[in-house]
Design a protein around this ligand. Structure first.
Ligand code: V55
Ligand code: FE
Length: 486
């Protein structure tokens, strides 16, 4: 019998959803641009069974994948669990067998050594398959249209590392899917690998390197010439796992590093630049101009994750956990290992940065991010995993630094947005922005469609779900032509 903890992690805003189903032709307010044909997939964590531990955290939920299929002005909805090895073993046993987040010492004997992944962090179409990803495991492949699970891939035995990140990028020039993995030679190892997967799904490169210390390497920057890795002190140890502490803790005594790996040629020329400690997780984009490398990421003064507490026991500091989009510049030709420049790009507290992905790895002129405006009234309940209320979407035009913001109202939080070009030849940033909006008072969610450069006007259309989605992590658009070509 499903009996979830009566804790903020499993009630209210975070009540488990666990609902798999289909809705043909969603009810729509407004008009969906009829030329938008393709798929938007996004994923949220959703524990299939009551967790082994009452304190189980949001990031440990099983991946629940949602598909919004755009077809000539209509949108069809489908939602299925990613059927990871973990999901199948637990379904067979009719209960949770895997224990705490990223702690294999807490697993049931019967599943020791099995892949612990939950595929709960990001979903992206490449080479005709849907990659469902969790950074502690290989990528899980699914059918993009039926959401049927095929299983984990090691790319026909070619991938030697054990993990695949949740933030790969498609190089718009080569069409390669560029990814990395950390803890690549086992739990807590400092080994990492950088990979490129061709448009037809073959692993064409795997380069190993070592991080200065083990940490949550959640995202990375891709430029035309380099792969760029930020090491921030969200770290762990076997002592923590043995003591049953949360896998990660934030250690303010460790420095930040930015590792720059040449993508083509001499991987031995990789360099690590060093800076005082801050918190950074997602990367808006990166690019290089010769040896100069630019890396744009929301940066907070201190830990943003209260559920990964301070290593030395310091209390969580909400004011210091606010992140601001920042540009880090390093120079591969520099004789020393310090950053060239650290520059704040906005004074808005924001995270979940996105760009027009056709400009990934190259310089970009437009960006979007979720913003938390604490001055605005909020009528919803508390209890989100992060404690954050992301109630706005902001567009930044970097050519003139103009910022425009849409506030979702007092009842609603916004899930990560995604940009869709108006057409195949549209200029950068010309198109639509879509985002799931969760109304925490009425308990309904909408998929909202905005004109990407007229965010403040509010949604052009809303596709209405007859329930509220669980808060989610990430998702991506795939044009119908990309699905047909595969
Ligand atoms: C994140 C999310 C995860 C995870 C590690 O920053 C980092 C987001 C949903 O799971 O395991
Ligand atoms: Fe992420």
């Amino acid at each position: 019998m499903a009996n979830y903890p009566k804790t903020p992690g499993f009630t209210g805003t975070l009540r488990p959803l666990r609902f798999e189903g289909d809705i043909h032709d969603l009810e729509i307010d407004g008009e969906v641009p009829p030329q938008l044909n393709g798929t938007y997939h996004r994923v949220h964590p959703d524990q299939q069974y009551a967790p082994v531990f009452e304190t189980d955290q949001f990031f440990n939920g099983d991946g629940m994948v949602a598909l919004f299929h755009f077809e000539n002005g209509r949108i069809h909805f489908k939602q299925r669990f990613a059927q990871t090895d973990k999901w199948k073993l637990e379904r067979e046993a009719r209960r949770a067998l895997f224990g705490a987040y990223r702690n294999p010492l807490t697993d049931h004997e019967s599943v020791k050594g099995r892949i612990r992944g939950t595929a709960n962090t990001n979903v992206l179409v490449h080479a005709g398959k849907l990659f469902a990803m969790k950074e502690d495991s290989p990528a899980l492949l699914m059918d993009p249209m039926t959401l049927e699970t095929y299983g984990y891939t090691d790319f026909a035995g070619k991938m030697k590392g054990e993990t695949f990140c949740a933030h790969p990028k498609i190089d718009p020039v080569t069409g390669n899917l560029c990814a990395f993995g950390y803890a690549a030679k086992g739990v807590l190892t400092r080994d990492c690998h950088y990979m490129e997967i061709s448009p037809t799904g073959e692993l064409v490169q795997e380069t190993f390197f070592e991080a200065p210390y083990y940490c949550m390497m959640h995202d990375f920057g891709l430029t035309q010439d380099y792969a760029v890795f930020h090491v921030v002190p969200i770290t762990s140890s076997w002592d923590r796992l043995k003591a049953g502490l949360p896998h990660f803790g934030f250690d303010t005594t460790l420095p930040v590093y930015l590792g720059v790996l040449p993508r083509h040629g001499d991987a031995g020329a990789m360099r690590w630049f060093k800076a005082p400690t801050v918190f950074a997780s997602h990367v808006m984009n990166a690019f290089n101009d010769g040896t100069k490398v630019y890396f744009d990421t929301p940066v907070a003064k201190n830990n943003m994750f209260p559920f990964f507490p301070d290593w030395h026991g310091a209390p969580f500091k909400p004011m210091e956990s606010q992140s601001f989009l920042t540009r880090w510049t390093v120079d591969m030709a520099s004789p020393n290992d310090s950053f060239d420049k650290v520059e704040r790009l906005t004074d808005l507290f924001g995270e979940f940065p996105r760009i027009d992905d056709r400009y990934a790895s190259q310089s970009h002129r437009h960006g979007w991010l979720l913003v938390s405006d604490r001055e605005k009234p909020f009528e919803g309940p508390g209890g989100r995993a992060s404690g954050l209320i992301m109630n706005c979407i902001t567009h930044i035009n970097f050519t003139n630094d103009q910022q425009t913001t849409w506030w979702a109202g007092p009842q609603t939080i916004v899930q990560e947005p995604c940009f869709i070009p108006r057409g195949p030849n549209a200029p950068e940033g010309d198109g639509y922005l879509i985002a799931v909006l969760d109304n925490l008072v009425t308990n309904y969610s909408d998929l909202a469609i905005f004109d990407a450069q007229r965010i403040a006007d509010g949604p052009l259309a809303r596709a209405k779900l007859p329930f509220r989605m669980r808060p989610a992590l990430h998702g991506n658009w795939a044009d119908a032509s990309k699905l047909a070509a595969a």
